[in-house]
Every structure is written in C-alpha cells, then in structure tokens.
Design a protein around this ligand. Structure first.
Ligand code: OGA
Ligand code: MN
Length: 206
C-alpha cells in the first residue's frame, strides 16, 4: 500500500492551521488507499462489526441517534495494510505539527464512521467537557463521486459564517478540536469517513 506521506503534501495543512485554525485539502489520500479504506469500512459493516456511536464519556456515555447517527469502528495498528498506511500518514502529520507548531501531540485515535442515508451529527465541539486531551481533529473522506446535491456536507461554523465541505473521497479536513463547532448534514446516500484526533498528554483527569 503506497502512502503519499511526502511532507510537501502536508505543508499546506500546517500553514492553514497556523493562520486560521482549520484546513481543507483535496486529493491527500491516493485513489488506491481511499478505495482500500472504503472497502474495509464496508466489509466491517457487512460483518456486523460497526457499533452505534455514542456521545459523552464515562458514566455519561450513551447512544443518541437524535444527536449522531453514525456507526463506527476504532482503528487498531495491524488490523489491515490500508489502515496501517493511513495511521503512518497521520503519524507523519503529527510529527510535522509538533516540529513546526510545537503542539506537543502525543498520539492519535481514529475510527471509521458510516452514516446511513438520513443520518447526521448535530453541531458540536470535539473536545469533551471533562477531558482536554483532544487538540487537533482530522476527518478523511472515503466517498467516490460525491455530488453536492447528495447532501452530507461537513458544516464548519466559523467566526465569519458557515463553510460547507463536501465529503469527497481522498480529501482531508483538519481543525483545532476545542475551537471549531461543526456538524454533519444528512445525505441521500451512505457516507464514509475516518474521524480522528491528535491528543496531548493527559492532564491527570483520567
Ligand atoms: C466527528 C465528526 C465529521 C465528519 O466524528 O466528531 O465531526 O465529517 N465527523 O464525519
Ligand atoms: Mn466532530
């Protein structure tokens, strides 16, 4: 599995994060890697190994489809060549963020997400109220031939208004987890993504 991990591809992300706190890049993942990740996500769904996503943490954790309707699978190193290639790319991005922006990102957690037609994720921040480890969010999209009229945009609620990102295969959105409210709009077709978070060292709250 080839990884397009050249630092030249990741450099614009660093620049955007530093200047505006978010970045949208198309064609970051190769078509081959995007297709392999999409196939893996679908195979896991067909095998019944995606779980309903929950909101909240610890005792407050619960499944609430009125807030988010996706089904997920957390990535583990070694589960597949495609997943490992993606995790390697994310580690290259993590190191570059640390080198150039001194973010002190320690690790990365990430899950496949499958939104069935009509599913959505209401406006939210990616940082939990009682835990501030999540610092930078990364969403990669795995949908071939996405058309805007199919819905499913990631809507970013920026200081100067809304900005919709189409979940086009191979594209990547990166943003500061604590600062950018966002939501997933319902789509007329199945929508696949990889949602992940670079985390800082724990502050002792776990
Ligand atoms: C999330 C999320 C966005 C997307 O999982 O927290 O905001 O576009 N996902 O899938
Ligand atoms: Mn989110």
């Amino acid at each position: 599995m080839t990884t397009p991990a050249e630092s030249s591809l990741l450099e614009p992300i660093i620049d955007d994060l530093a200047s505006q706190g978010w970045s949208h890049q198309r064609l970051v993942l190769s078509a081959e890697l995007t297709a392999a990740l999409a196939a893996e996500c679908r195979a896991r769904a067909a095998a019944g190994s995606l779980a309903a996503a929950s909101v909240g943490r610890g005792e407050g954790q619960q499944v609430r489809e009125g807030i988010r309707g996706d089904r997920i699978h957390w990535l583990e190193p070694g589960q597949s060549a495609a997943s490992d290639a993606y995790l390697a790319l994310m580690d290259a991005l993590r190191q570059q963020l640390n080198r150039e922006l001194y973010l002190g990102l320690e690790d990365f957690e990430c899950h496949f997400a499958l939104y069935p037609p009509g599913a959505f994720y209401q406006k939210h921040l990616d940082r939990f109220r009682d835990n501030d480890r999540r610092a930078v969010s990364v969403v990669a999209y795995l949908n071939a031939d996405w058309q805007p009229e199919q819905g499913g945009a990631l809507r970013l609620h920026l200081a100067d208004g809304e900005h919709d990102v189409q979940p086009e295969g191979g594209s990547l959105v990166v943003f500061l987890s604590a600062e950018l409210p966002h939501e997933v709009l319902p789509a007329s077709r199945e929508r696949l993504s990889l949602a992940g978070w670079f985390r800082r060292r724990g502050s002792g709250s776990i």
